[in-house]
Design a protein around this ligand. Structure first.
Ligand SMILES: [Fe+2]
Length: 444
């Protein structure tokens, strides 16, 4: 990979106005509060898993992050509650330790958030959206909005681990799928493409800058690996065959006792059910497999005689337009996502069946790259050439080079504002409480 000047890049996002920012801030806050509104105080304050924070911690942390960036950094406003800053510093207190902290209760947290927000709208009114990089095109507001949506997805993962009774609203209808043969794949011809962005105003630091990459030809699954395909691996004894696993994955299998995706259990008749937000459903054969860790995704791919795509391959298949020689903001182009293009924004609490979004295909004909399930790639999380931490090191820089694997494309739980072709997510290879699946690739 080499950094280079490129002529192809994202078009600038439609002009970002204070009105647009205010609407985005309202949308993310309404979403957070609606997710938590049905929960009893005891559900908000307890910790359902050492992997997750008490939900009321997430909520106050959302408000504290907004205060730090929008009130103090942009507005120059004096701290509202300086004594709570350290409680909500994610680096000072790992998730497992958060229940022991003297955190704010649910009512005090909601009061704190609304107090912060009332000042934020004043700051937005009096701050021009040009000038310093922090505020140019509303970057820092976009960062805060995306941060809240990321925590909303974390809240959904916590609710999944919590079990029932279900507190989410009924699912919006999802489009029907179509039969797609296993590993029906498309050819992505070798050559150069652009990865990352230098122009997308709300892209976060690890997505920058745009740079040229050269890749050999490869093939990529048209759709994500389904539950039926993963069941084939499972029933063929894949979890008991060390040839399918990396040594680390095999060791983890032994210590964790994992024998199926996180939410699956035997139905008593030789089949499988899964638990979704406390409700038991049959495993849907045609839906993308969900709640698998990187080791499981990698093992399946080996079993199938294939491999996980690299991050660069995934991004090229998603965003590159080989005819126009330019990068698209989404697989289908630059238009904002709609419910007929992708399954995003937790309108439904599950992935849609494969083949449900033909209109959302990329230039190469690859479908469901954005939405449904985060897709594991084979790549570790590393810095793009020429990147720089902005506006703080702890979003990305401190994670580069660690034992993380990159996930791409967002899930059904990801808000449309918090995903695009260049968006990068990462997690440890053992993690599967996230809404993670995968598709496979093959050399040509
Ligand atoms: Fe955070």
């Amino acid at each position: 990979m080499t950094a280079a000047r490129t002529t192809a890049a994202h078009p600038a996002r439609t002009t970002i106005t204070a009105e647009r920012i205010a609407a985005e801030l309202t949308t993310s806050r309404d979403r957070s509060l609606a997710l938590l509104a049905p929960l009893a105080e005891s559900d908000l304050t307890r910790q359902v898993s050492p992997l997750m924070s008490p939900l009321v911690w997430d909520l106050a942390h959302i408000g504290n992050y907004e205060e730090l960036w929008l009130l103090r950094a942009v507005g120059g406003v004096a701290p509202l509650r300086p004594e709570i800053d350290s409680l909500y510093d994610a680096f000072e207190h790992p998730r497992a330790s958060r229940p022991t902290l003297p955190i704010l209760g649910p009512d005090a947290t909601r009061g704190y958030l609304s107090g912060v927000r009332s000042h934020v709208l004043d700051v937005l009114d009096r701050t021009p959206l040009d000038g310093a990089p922090l505020v140019r095109d509303g970057f820092v507001y976009g960062m805060v909005v995306q941060h809240e949506h990321m925590h909303d997805e974390t809240i959904l993962a916590t609710l999944q681990l919590r079990g029932g009774p279900r507190t989410l609203p009924p699912d919006a209808p999802l489009p029907v799928g179509r039969a797609v043969p296993p590993h029906d794949d498309v050819l992505v011809a070798g050559g150069w493409s652009v990865q990352g962005t230098s122009t997308d105003p709300w892209a976060l630091d690890n997505e920058r800058p745009a740079h040229r990459v050269e890749l050999p030809s490869f093939r990529l699954d048209r759709v994500p690996v389904t539950n039926a395909m993963f069941t084939g691996f499972l029933e063929a004894g894949g979890y008991a065959d060390p040839r399918c696993w990396t040594p680390e994955g095999w060791a983890h299998l032994a210590s964790s006792g994992r024998r199926a995706p996180m939410t699956w259990q035997r139905d008593g008749a030789g089949g499988w059910t899964c638990t979704r937000f406390g409700e038991v459903h049959p495993v849907e054969p045609d839906a993308p497999v969900e709640h698998v860790c990187w080791y499981e995704a990698d093992a399946y791919a080996r079993w199938a005689g294939r491999r996980l795509p690299t991050e660069a391959e995934w991004e090229k298949a998603c965003g590159w337009d080989p005819i126009g020689q330019r990068q698209r903001r989404y697989p289908w182009g630059d238009d904002e996502p709609t419910p007929t293009l992708a399954n995003l924004g937790s309108r439904a609490s599950r992935p849609a069946p494969v083949g449900a979004y033909p209109a959302g295909a990329s230039a190469y004909g690859v479908e469901q790259l954005v939405g449904d399930v985060w897709e594991w790639t084979s790549s570790g999380f590393d810095a793009w050439p020429g990147t720089r931490a902005f506006p703080y090191r702890e979003y990305s820089e401190v994670f580069y080079g660690g034992d993380y694997r990159v996930l791409r494309g967002g899930s059904w739980a990801t808000h449309p504002t918090a995903v695009r072709t260049t968006f990068r997510n990462w997690d440890l290879p053992v993690r599967r409480q996230i809404f993670s699946g995968f598709r496979t690739a093959a050399d040509v």
